[in-house]
Design a protein around this ligand. Sequence first.
Ligand code: SAM
Length: 247
Amino acid sequence: PGTLYVVATPIGHLGDLSPRAQAVLAAVDRICAEDTRTSGHLLAHYGIRRPMTALHEHNEATLVDGLVAALRDGAALALISDAGTPLISDPGFALVRAARTAGVPVIAVPGPCAAIAALSISGLPTDRFVFEGFLPAKPAARRRRLQTLATEPRTLILYESSHRILDTAEDLAAVLGSRSVCLARELTKLHEQSVVLPATALPAWLREDTHRCRGEFVLLIAGAPAPEADHGAEAERVLRILLRELP
Ligand code: SAM
C-alpha cells in the first residue's frame, strides 16, 4: 500500500512549516486539504504544486472509501487542515481511522498546534492536561459543560473564536470565580498576546480594548484545587485515642 501523511501546517507564521513537511507535501501524489484555497496560498508560498482534494466535515464521509482505495493501490497522500495539526478540532478523523483499518501506514509529520503552543507558554501546570476543544455554541449548554468541567483537577484547554470570546469569558467568570485563566490570542501572528488573570477579571480585560476580542483564542484554565482533607478532625481523633491510652 501507499502511505497517508498527516502533516501539521502553520497556525499563523508561515515560517512554521517544517522542512520535512515541505518535502513531504512536495513529494506526495495528492494533498487532501480542508480548504483548497487557503492551503493553496500556503503551498504557493513554498512553490509546492500537487493535485489537491478538498476534504472537510461535509464531504469527508463520502470521500473516505475512494481515498483509502487509492492508498491501497500505492498512492502517497498528505492530509492537511487550514491551520495547525489535522484532526485537532479539524477534519481527518474518518480518513485516518479508515486508513488504519485498511492496514495503510499512517505517518505523522508533526508541527504547530495552538493548544500545545498555548499550554507551553501559559505558566499553568503542564504535567497533566485536558483538551476540550470548543465549548457548545448555545449559552445554556455552554454553561452546563463548564459546570461539569469546573471540578477537573488537570489544566483545561479550550478553543474559542472571536464571535464568542466575550460570552465565554463571562461564563468562565461566573463559574470559576478567582481561578487562574490564561488567554492566548493570535499565537505566532503579528498581534500575538497572552495573559494570565483570575477568571473574574477576564471580561473587563477583553472590554478594555476592542482589539483584544479579535482573532483566534486558546483559553487555559488552572485545574481545580484538590478538595482539602479534614486534617482537624483526624488530629482530634488521634488525640482522643492518645489521651485514653496515656497513664
Ligand atoms: N488544528 C488546529 C490546531 O492544531 O491548533 C485548530 C483548528 S480549530 C478549527 C481553530 C481554533 O484553534 C481557533 O478558533 C483557535 O481557538 C485555535 N487557534 C488556531 N490558531 C490559533 C492561533 N494562532 N492563536 C490562538 N489560537 C489559535
